[in-house]
Structures are given as structure tokens and as C-alpha cells.
Design a protein around this ligand. Sequence first.
Ligand SMILES: [Zn+2]
Length: 363
Amino acid sequence: MSGTCSLSSLSDERLLEGFGTLVQQDRGRTAELLGYIAEIDGRKLWAKQAHPSMFDFCVVRFHMSESTAGKRIGAARAARRFPVLFDMVARGDIHLSGIVRLKPYLTSDNHQRVLAEATHKTMKELDHLIARLAPRPDVPSRVQILPRRGTAASPSSEPTLFTPESSRPTSTAEPPPLPPPRAPDPTPLAPRRYKLVVTMSEETNHTLERLQGLLSHQIPDGDPAAIVARGLDLLLSQTLKKKAAITDNPRASVPQSSGRSRSIPAHVRREVHERDGGRCAFVGADGRRCNETRGVELAHLHPWAKGGEHSVDNVSLRCRAHNVYEANRDYGPLFMARKLEEARSTREELAVYATTVHVDCAA
Ligand SMILES: [Zn+2]
């Protein structure tokens, strides 16, 4: 390969095709490499080469990172025990991280069934599989005082707003912004049971204590998990009501006034959220639907600023990335960059931005 300059001249189709080919080749090479590691390890050739371990041999002699060496050696040892893994890695059925995670739970009796289930699974899905294979008991709820730390808020405590700053079009000279960090998912312990660990402020802890007192008749032991469950239910229904106009008693649709309003009527928000299942409904050229659940907003298929209507047929859910992608496509990156620049200067102009990227969620 002659570098990114030549890649920039490739068509989208050729670029994707080349990427697919390289991924396939990489998997084949990785499987081959695992075979070598398994054989060298089995013969203990690292000792003959004056290394104290296979790990040291890979890190010191071949300058692999510790994590890469650990993962490859772990996967190679599992594949030595269950040789079907070599073919699975070569086909891309399972990744090395997945093998390492599953390894302690594989036995000669279960490995065929478990590995078939593990095919093409993400780490999150593998954690669910492990929770079924080896269920763990519930973790008792507890509130523990932590030593005081610096005042900087953790990234996950910052509200994630869909602002011009965080969603600049990718085709300008500046590099695209990094997506906001995703908070870790609760850990599956057993089927339908999860462990969640959070750090609270003193104020939130005070709120918890007040709720434990107020709800003591219904939750006698004051279990924080039970209070969190109730709180989450309330927050979900409140958020759905606000964002998707989903309530137990929906009102009939109100006829629109004669002027154009950017506000999407409640019945449209409600129907679109229900139809799209609260997930990004963007569908790619190969028919794949995005289905992202975080940061979804209502978006007009035919842009509102170009005369598109607030109708169920013309409004759909989009995640942040696809909202910006379609805005760039509909208005052009230069127009978007200019609007975003203008929008940064005053708060009022944020409304202009919301129009240009056809985001209009709040009532
Ligand atoms: Zn999406």
C-alpha cells in the first residue's frame, strides 16, 4: 500500500472493498500466528531462546505490547485445547478478546455448543452468554464513603448536548470530534440480573437517604437497588413524555395553525418514536439499519427548512452521527460549516442550527 494519499483517490466502493479484503487477510494471518504461538509455546522454545516465559519472549524479543502478547498467547493456548478456534479466528467468527474472555468457561463437553453461540458476538453479548453459563449471585447493595478526590467531574457526569461544537461536519479541514465517551454498561451476573456500580455526590446520597425514609413502608430495608429501579422507571416515563410525547393518556392531535412552526406535534413525535422503537432508523446502502439508542433525535427526511412537513411519514429517528451525515448530504458541508460557525457566536443562533440539521425534539 502506498499510503493514505492514494487511498483518498479511491471511490467509496473500492475503499470499502479493499478494507474488507484486508480484514479477511488479517484474520487469516492472525489464525496462522496463533498456530505458531501455540506450537512455540508447546515446545517451550522461549526457554531455549533464554526467555523466562512465552509472554516475555513476545514482548521483549518481538516487541509486542503486553496486552497484545497476553491476548494472543491466551487465545493460542485456548486454540491448542480446542483447535476449532483456529478456523473460527480465520473466518472472523470470534475475536481474540472473546476467546480470552470465554476461555475459563470452555470445557471439552460444552465448547462446541458455546462457541457456536459465541459466533459473531460482541464482548457485551459474550458477557451475557457467560452470565448464563456461570450465573453469579446478586451483589448486595451498599453505600461506601470514598476518599475525597479532585474536583474535576468525570466525563460521564457531563450532560451530552447536541451542540454545534460537538457535531461539526467531518468534511471541513478540522478532524472530526471524538464521540462522547460511553459509560460502561452494567455487568451481567446471571440471566436477568445486573451489577451497577456508581459514585454519587453528597447531595445525591442525601436524596437517597431521604427516599429510604419516605419509602420505608414499601421498601423496609431501604435497598438502594429497589429505589434506583423505581427512580429509573419514573425518569423513563418522564423522558418519554417530554421527548416522545408518550403518555398513558395521549391527547388527540391538534390541527396546526396556519403559520409554519418548527415544533413537531406531539402525536407525530409519539408515533415516530413508537414506529422506530426509540432507535436510529437510518438504513445504509446494504440494507443495514443503524439501531443506535443513544442520542437519538427526530429528523425530517425531507428537510423542514426546504419545506418538509411534520408528518409521521416525513419524520424519523436519527442518532447524532446520522443526523449530521444527512444534514451534510442535504445542505452541503460548506453550508453546514458556515451555519455552525454562526451558531457558535450566540445562543439564539442555535435555533438556526437546529433548523439546518433538522433536529427538533423538544415541544
Ligand atoms: Zn444512526
